[in-house]
Ligand binder design. Structure first.
Ligand SMILES: C[S@@+](CC[C@H](N)C(=O)[O-])C[C@H]1O[C@@H](n2cnc3c(N)ncnc32)[C@H](O)[C@@H]1O
Length: 229
């Protein structure tokens, strides 16, 4: 907890988990914004193409908007999230027997029986502190097969449309926002907007064939998990 002028602000690693727990039932509103529809249509086609016929592990799947997109062309999708109630919303989409849901922390994924051909995380990277990125990526990729595809999508900063202003930058360069939760609690949430060089650097030890596409509101990365000799 942070105390500022008597107001309690929830911060730390659990803040994002609790904040999204309370947002589960209105989270999909972000996909209804008119200004985002052209980008979202592009991203749906991009995801559909990359996962076609593949086994997919998704982390921080939330309410399953992108799980649903995957379900239409992937062979198998395992969608994970820390919050069981976001996955309940996702399960309500009735996506078919090729899709399963597992409550799991993105930093402590279970050992699965097989390694997946695609790993996907949408609107998750921006919530990682820079010093957490290596820990996350190393264990996420350990659940994927060598040569598997990594798909990351997140938001581009747009002045005027980013509704939550920056509250502070820490000494590591991580950017924070104060958000009002649906439970009327204030949360301090990490929200980073990395440059292409930051993204390439974060992936360079683990991936090759890194391709970054910047749309108006989102960036999208496809990369290949390195095949070690
Ligand atoms: C911004 S939402 C993105 C949801 C979904 N991927 C989408 O794009 O619609 C972030 C998600 O991360 C989940 N989350 C937060 N901390 C997590 C953690 N440590 N491990 C796994 N999921 C986490 C939240 O429950 C929430 O569903």
């Amino acid at each position: 907890m942070l105390k500022s002028t008597g107001v309690m602000i929830r911060s730390g690693t659990d803040a994002i988990k609790t904040y999204y727990k309370h947002r589960a039932f209105e989270y999909d509103d972000i996909y209804k914004l008119r200004r985002r529809q052209a980008d979202l249509a592009w991203l749906r086609r991009w995801v559909t193409r990359h996962v076609k016929g593949k086994t997919v592990l998704e982390v921080a799947a939330g309410t399953g908007y992108w799980t649903q997109v995957c379900s239409r062309s992937a062979r198998q999708v395992v969608a994970t999230d820390y919050n069981a109630n976001t996955l309940t919303v996702a399960a309500g989409r009735r996506l078919g027997s090729q899709v399963s849901f597992v409550t799991a922390d993105a930093f402590r994924l279970p050992a699965f029986e097989t390694r997946f051909e695609v790993g996907m995380a949408v609107l998750w990277w921006s919530h990682l502190k820079q010093r957490e990125q290596e820990k996350f990526i190393a264990q996420f990729l350990s659940r994927l097969a060598p040569g598997a595809k990594l798909l990351l999508v997140d938001e581009v900063y747009r002045r005027g449309t980013a509704k939550n202003p920056i509250s502070r930058l820490d000494r590591f360069g991580d950017r924070y926002e104060i958000r009002v939760g649906k439970d009327d609690v204030l949360y301090e949430i990490v929200k980073n907007y990395p440059a292409d060089d930051d993204l390439k650097r974060a992936l360079s030890d683990h991936c090759d064939q890194v391709r970054i596409t910047r749309l108006r509101h989102f960036w999208a990365i496809s990369a290949r998990v390195k095949v070690r000799q």
